[in-house]
Design a protein around this ligand. Structure first.
Ligand SMILES: [Zn+2]
Length: 281
């Protein structure tokens, strides 16, 4: 069994069954093939796997009884945590106990999402989207009551692969939570930063490149037909895995980033894209 036989299975049940049927040698072979095909760096497959499995393991980091504890309860947290660590064969330390308490507090209360983008938020990032570097010009700040140091953009760029250039509503600044609200991410300053609407939609509630929508590897039907732009999710995914221009090394802090197709005989899909500077603002 090779990766190609798995990739050509057209339904989830057969795919799951085929993966389950792989023996140790089969798993090693397919994994090695995928690493080679996708040109993954050393250890990248294992890093991705660890990141994904950590979200399943995270609930085990807090003792069971604590999940049902009221945030303002005065019950001792230390003892159940020490017992929990002992059950799991984990050594208890003051740092770990403090971290459990902090994590418990993080999960124990609902967060409010509403907070508007302020002048200070934008100044911290030189009036740029932290993900794609899109410069917020005066056109994007019409309701804000302050001007942009980038001035007026005047004309839209012709960039068929970046959805933000086709739609003005994708260029407005929005606040994003690094650790998503759906994971009880906080409204602390350190967890908030400004993304353009397109990047924010593309990121959705994903944490990073390991958590992307299932369809992200595939070209969409519209791109198969040679019509652009690509989806916000695809642009987000590409810049998340390659956050700098492949030619100059410039990042979103300095320049607007976009994507280009590596092999023009193939459609726009994740492993046929690379990040590149978008000349201009
Ligand atoms: Zn952006």
């Amino acid at each position: 069994m090779s990766w190609i036989d798995l990739a050509l299975l057209d339904n989830e049940a057969d795919l799951r069954q085929a993966i389950e049927n792989l023996d140790e040698q089969g798993r090693t072979t397919v994994l090695a093939e995928l690493v080679r095909l996708l040109k993954l760096g050393k250890g990248e497959a294992e890093q991705t796997l660890i990141r994904l499995l950590l979200e399943r393991a995270r609930p085990f980091s807090i003792p069971g009884p604590l999940w049902g504890r009221s945030p303002d309860s005065s019950d001792d947290m230390k003892r159940p945590t020490e017992r929990h660590f002992k059950d799991l064969g984990i050594t208890s330390s003051p740092e770990r106990l403090r971290a459990v308490q902090k994590m418990y507090l993080q999960f124990s209360s609902e967060r409010v999402k509403e907070r508007r983008v302020t002048l200070a938020d934008l100044q911290k990032q030189d009036f740029r989207c932290a993900h794609c570097g899109l410069a917020f010009c005066n056109e994007e700040l019409t309701n804000k009551g302050f001007p942009s140091p980038h001035g007026v953009r005047r004309r839209d760029k012709a960039d068929p692969l970046k959805p933000q250039w086709a739609r003005a509503d994708l260029r407005v600044p929005t606040l994003d939570h690094r650790w998503p609200i759906s994971l009880y991410g906080s409204n602390d300053e350190g967890n908030l930063y400004v993304l353009c609407r397109g990047c924010n939609d593309g990121k959705s509630a994903c944490i990073g490149r390991e958590q992307l929508p299932s369809f992200i590897g595939l070209p969409q039907r519209i791109t198969l037909l040679g019509q652009y732009p690509i989806s916000n999710e695809l642009l987000y995914a590409q810049i998340a895995r390659e956050p700098k221009c492949w030619k100059t090394g410039a990042s979103a802090k300095e320049i607007e980033l976009t994507v280009e197709i590596v092999d023009s005989y193939k459609p726009a899909f994740l492993d046929n894209l690379r990040t590149v500077e978008s000349p201009g603002v």
